[in-house]
Ligand binder design. Structure first.
Ligand code: NAD
Length: 291
C-alpha cells in the first residue's frame, strides 16, 4: 500500500523529530499530544531545527516552508483516524500506549497501519489488544531523529509482509536505513546500549568515578562520541529507567536490575536535558555535573 498521510501521537522530543523528517520527505503529517504546550513547543523546535538546516545549506528555505505547511497539530486524537500510518510516540509507559490505541481504534480507517516508536515494550502484546495485529509493528527512530540514520523495524508475531514492506518503503523515502529486529525486550540498540548506561550509573553510585571521569573515560578511552551519563541525560532518565525495567521484567535476569541511583534521579524529577537537570545541570551557560 502507498502511504501518504501520517498521524503522530506525542509531540515530545521523538514526536517532533518524526514530524520534521516526514514533512521534509513530502508526507502530510497530523500530530497530537495531551498537552497543547507540548504541541506549541514541538512546532517551535521543528522550525528552529529546520532554520539551522537552511543556514547550513542542508535544505532550501522553500523546502522548509513547504514542509512546515504539511504539519498540522490537533488536541483531538481521533482526528488521526483516517491516516494511512500512525506512529505512536507518547511517554514510554504501557498503560499510556494501550489507552491511546484503545481510544483510536473505533476511528481508524480499515487500511490504517498502526506502529509504536516504543524503545522496549512488546510489540506483540501492544498489537494483541488492537483489532489489527497483522497491521501493527514497531517503528523505532533514534534520537535526534533528523540526524540519526537508523530506524529499527520490529515485527510482532502477527505482523504481515505487506505492513512490513509499507513501513520499509517509508524508511527508504526518508533516506534512512532500516534494521529489522525481532520482538524481544528493547530490540537491538537498547538491549545493548541501556545496560551500558545503567552500568555507568552503577559506577557512579559505587563511587568508582564521578560524572566527569566516567564520561571522559568512555569518550577518550572507548572513542564514544558522548559519555554514557551525558547520553542518558540526552535520552531522558525516565525513558532509560523504563527500558531497564522492561529488560529486567521481560528477561527475568538480575543483570538488568536498574541502578537505585537512576531511580532516585527519576523520583527527583531530574530527567536530564528535558527537565534541565540530570547527571548534569543545564540551567547555566554550560552543563555542570550534579555529582
Ligand atoms: P517525551 O517525554 O519527550 O514526549 C512524550 C510526549 O507524549 C509528551 O509530550 C507527552 O505530553 C505526550 N503524551 C503522554 N501521554 C499522551 C497521550 N495519552 N496522548 C498523546 N500524547 C501523550 O518522550 P520521548 O523521548 O519523545 O519518547 C517518546 C517515545 O519514543 C517513548 O516510547 C520512547 O521510549 C521512545 N523513544 C525515545 C527515544 C529517546 O532517546 N528519548 C529514542 C527512541 C524512542
Amino acid at each position: 500500500m502507498d502511504i501518504q498521510t501520517i498521524g503522530i501521537v506525542g509531540a515530545g522530543q521523538m514526536g517532533n523529530g518524526i514530524a520534521h523528517v516526514m514533512a521534509l520527505a513530502g508526507y502530510d503529517v497530523t500530530m497530537t499530544d495531551v498537552s497543547t504546550d507540548a504541541l506549541e513547543a514541538a512546532m517551535a523546535t521543528i522550525t528552529g531545527n529546520m532554520d539551522r538546516q537552511v543556514s547550513r545549506d542542508k535544505i532550501t528555505a522553500q523546502a522548509q516552508k513547504e514542509a512546515l505547511a504539511r504539519i498540522h497539530t490537533t488536541d483531538s486524537l481521533i482526528k488521526l483516524g483516517p491516516s494511512d500510518l500512525i506512529i505512536e510516540a507518547a511517554t514510554e509507559r504501557e498503560t499510556v500506549k494501550q489507552a491511546i490505541f484503545e481510544d483510536l481504534l473505533p476511528h481508524l480507517a480499515p487500511r490504517t497501519i498502526l506502529t509504536s516508536n516504543t524503545s522496549s515494550i512488546s510489540i506483540t502484546r501492544l498489537a494483541s489488544r488492537t483489532d489489527r495485529p497483522e497491521k501493527f509493528m514497531g517503528f523505532h527512530f533514534m534520537n535526534p531523529v533528523p540526524v540519526m540514520q537508523l530506524v529499527e523495524l520490529i515485527r510482532g508475531i502477527a505482523t504481515d509482509a505487506e505492513t512490513f514492506d509499507a513501513c520499509k518503503k517509508v524508511v527508504d523515502r526518508l533516506g534512512k536505513t532500516a534494521a529489522s529486529a525481532e520482538d524481544f525486550p528493547a530490540f537491538i540498540v537498547n538491549r545493548i546500549l541501556m545496560p551500558m548506561i545503567n552500568e555507568a550509573v552503577y559506577t557512579l553510585y559505587e563511587g568508582v568515578g564521578n560524572v566527569q571521569s566516567i564520561d571522559s573515560s568512555m569518550k577518550l578511552g572507548a572513542n564514544h562520541p558522548m559519555g554514557p551519563l551525558e547520553l542518558a541525560d540526552f535520552i531522558g532518565l525516565d525513558t532509560c529507567l523504563a527500558i531497564m525495567n522492561v529488560l529486567h521484567d521481560g528477561l527475568a535476569d538480575t543483570k538488568y536490575r536498574p541502578c537505585p541511583l537512576l531511580t532516585k534521579y527519576v523520583e527527583a524529577g531530574w530527567l536530564g536535558r528535558k527537565s534541565q537537570r540530570g547527571f548534569y545541570d543545564y540551567r547555566g551557560d554550560s552543563p555542570v555535573p550534579t555529582r
